[in-house]
Design a protein around this ligand. Structure first.
Ligand code: P61
Length: 471
C-alpha cells in the first residue's frame, strides 16, 4: 500500500471527469473462458478472430459494426414498424432524417453498407475507369473492382505512417489527385471516393478545408465526389475539435456542411447510425438515383425497404437523430481516446493520433522479428484473444488481399490490429481490462512466433482464412 490517494481519471489529467450521457437499462452477461478453453477455441477458429464463436469471447472489440446498444427510443421505434411491402411509413421517416441531417435528396435503402457500395459502383463506374480515394476499404474497393474500375490511393503520405500526428490524416493529397487526372484524363475518372474518418488509416479524419478543395478541383473537371459517410459524425467531431472556426459549431451543422461539398453518399447504418443492421445510398443526381433505384429491386428489395424491415428503418431514422447530439459523439470518441492514451503512455506502439472508432496497434513495431508474410497483425489478434478473451481484428496484409493483376499479396505499409469500440456498450472498466491484456501480450512479444496461411478464400479472404502457428 502506498499512502497516495487514488485519483479519478479526470484528476490524473488535471481536469474534471466526464461521463457518458446515458445510463444502462438492460444488460447482457459475458463470461471469461479459461485459458485452456481459449487456446482450443482459437485453434478451432484457425487463428482467425472472425471464426471464433461470440460466446467464447469476453470483451468483443472485433468491430463497431452493428454492435451498438440501441436507445430506449430506438427500441420503442421498433414497435412502430410498418411492415407493408410498399410505401412503409418508416421509409419516409428515414428519408426525412437523411434529408435533414445529411442534406441529400434521393434515398435508396439497402440491407447494409456493401449493398449501397454495390449499387453506386454499378451505377456510375464504366469498365476501365479509375476511382481515386483516401485509402482503400475492403468491401468498397472490391465493389469498385467488380464494376470494372481500378482504385487509386490518393491519401496524404502521413496516413501511411503510424507515428505521424497530422490532425487530418484522412485528407486527400490534391497533387496526387491532379497527377492522376493529368495521366488518365478526367473522363476516365468515375468519381472521387472520399471516406469520413478513414477506417484502414486508423479512423483518421478529413478536414473541411480538404473536402472544399477536393470539391473545387473536381468541379473544374466535372468529376463527381461521393462520400463513404459510414463514420462521418465522428469525422465532424474531429473538425469541431481541431479545425479553426468550428469549435462552437454543432456536430449536426458540421456534418451537413461537409456533405454539401459532395454529390451523394453510401452508408453502413451499422456504425454512426446506431443500429444493428441497415444501410443506404443517397444522391442528388436524378439519373444516378434512377439507376440505383432500378437496381435495388434486383439485389436488395423494393425501393422503399431495400432489405430492411420497417422497424429497422424506424430505429435507423431515430439513430441518425441521436448520432448528431454533441454529448453523444464527444463521449463516444473520448472513450476510444481513453483506451488509446492509456496504451500510448505505457509505450505500446499504435497509430497516432487516436482515431474515432478504434485504437489501432502497430503490429510491425510490436513484433519487429515477424516478417509481414508471417502475418504479424493476425498473430497479435490471436495472442490477445488467448491471453484475455479480448477479440480484435487484423488490418494488415491479410485484409489487403491479393493484387488482381499479379496475384501477389498486397503488402500495405500499415500492419495493424484494431481494438474497435462498440457504441454505448462497454464501460471504462472494460477499457482498463483491455489495456492490461495488451500490455501482457506486449511483455511476451519476443517469444511470439508468426503464422502460416493454410486456407485462403478468393474474395475478402480475411473473413474466412485459416492459419497455423509456425514452429
Ligand atoms: C468494420 F473486416 N465496416 O469496420 P457493411 N465502409 C466502411 C466500413 O467500415 C464498412 C463498410 C463500408 C466494418 C464491417 C466489415 O473488411 C471488413 O455494413 C468505411 O459492413 O456492409 C464496414 O459496410 C461496409 C469488417 C466490413 C471487415 C469489411 O468492421
Amino acid at each position: 500500500m502506498t499512502d497516495k490517494k487514488p485519483q479519478t481519471m479526470g484528476q490524473q489529467y488535471g481536469r474534471r471527469s466526464w461521463a457518458e450521457p446515458w445510463k444502462i437499462k438492460m444488460v447482457e452477461p459475458i463470461i471469461l473462458k479459461t485459458l485452456e478453453e481459449r487456446q482450443q477455441a482459437i485453434e478451432e477458429a484457425g487463428y482467425n478472430t472472425f471464426l471464433l464463436r461470440s460466446e467464447d469471447v469476453y470483451i468483443d472489440l472485433l468491430t463497431d459494426s452493428g454492435t451498438s446498444a440501441m436507445s430506449d427510443r430506438q427500441w420503442a421505434g421498433m414497435m412502430l414498424g410498418d411492415e407493408a411491402y410498399a410505401g412503409s411509413r418508416n421509409f419516409y421517416h428515414l428519408e426525412e432524417a437523411i434529408r435533414e441531417y445529411y442534406g441529400y435528396q434521393h434515398i435508396v435503402p439497402t440491407h447494409q453498407g456493401r449493398g449501397a457500395e454495390h449499387l453506386i459502383s454499378q451505377a456510375v463506374i464504366k469498365p476501365g475507369q479509375f476511382i481515386p480515394g483516401n485509402m482503400y476499404f475492403t468491401t468498397t474497393r472490391l465493389h469498385q473492382e467488380l464494376a470494372g474500375g481500378t482504385f487509386v490511393d490518393v491519401i496524404i503520405d502521413e496516413a501511411h505512417d503510424p507515428a505521424s500526428t497530422h490532425p487530418f490524416k484522412g485528407n486527400i493529397d490534391l497533387d496526387k489527385l491532379q497527377e492522376l487526372i493529368d495521366r488518365v484524363g478526367a473522363e476516365q475518372i468515375a468519381y472521387v471516393s472520399l471516406a469520413g474518418t478513414v477506417n484502414m488509416a486508423g479512423g483518421q479524419p478529413v478536414s473541411m478545408a480538404n473536402v472544399k478543395a477536393v470539391r473545387a478541383l473536381c468541379e473544374s473537371y466535372n468529376i463527381r465526389v461521393y462520400l463513404d459517410a459510414t463514420r462521418m459524425a465522428e469525422n465532424a467531431f474531429f473538425i469541431q475539435e481541431r479545425e479553426e472556426g468550428y469549435a462552437s459549431t454543432p456536430i449536426a451543422a458540421i456534418l451537413k456542411e461537409f456533405c454539401s461539398y459532395t454529390d451523394g453518399a453510401w452508408m453502413s447504418g451499422k456504425k454512426d447510425n446506431l443500429v444493428n443492421i441497415g444501410g443506404w445510398l443517397a444522391v442528388n443526381d436524378e439519373a444516378v438515383f434512377d439507376k440505383a433505384r432500378n437496381m435495388v429491386v434486383i439485389y436488395e428489395g423494393l425501393h422503399t425497404y431495400g432489405g430492411m424491415a420497417g422497424r429497422d428503418m424506424e430505429a435507423l431514422a431515430i439513430g441518425i437523430h441521436e448520432m448528431v447530439q454533441d454529448d453523444h459523439i464527444a463521449s463516444r470518441v473520448n472513450q476510444v481516446r481513453y483506451l488509446g492514451d492509456l496504451l500510448e503512455s505505457w509505450g505500446i506502439p499504435l497509430v497516432k493520433p487516436i482515431g474515432g472508432h478504434a485504437v489501432f496497434l502497430d503490429a510491425r513495431a510490436f513484433y519487429p522479428h515477424i516478417p509481414q508474410n508471417q502475418f504479424p497483425a493476425q498473430t497479435l489478434a490471436a495472442q490477445l484473444y488467448i491471453d484475455s478473451g479480448v477479440r480484435a481484428m487484423e488490418r494488415g496484409v491479410v485484409s489487403a488481399g491479393r493484387d488482381p493483376e499479379t496475384g501477389d499479396h498486397r503488402y500495405p505499409k500499415l500492419e495493424l490490429v484494431r481494438l474497435t469500440i462498440p457504441r454505448r456498450v462497454y464501460t471504462q472498466a472494460h477499457m482498463d481490462v483491455t489495456a492490461e491484456a495488451v500490455m501482457a501480450v506486449f511483455e511476451k512479444r519476443e517469444e511470439t512466433r508468426g503464422l502460416k496461411m493454410v486456407y485462403e478464400p478468393e474474395y475478402l479472404r480475411f473473413f474466412q482464412a485459416r492459419f497455423e502457428p509456425l514452429k
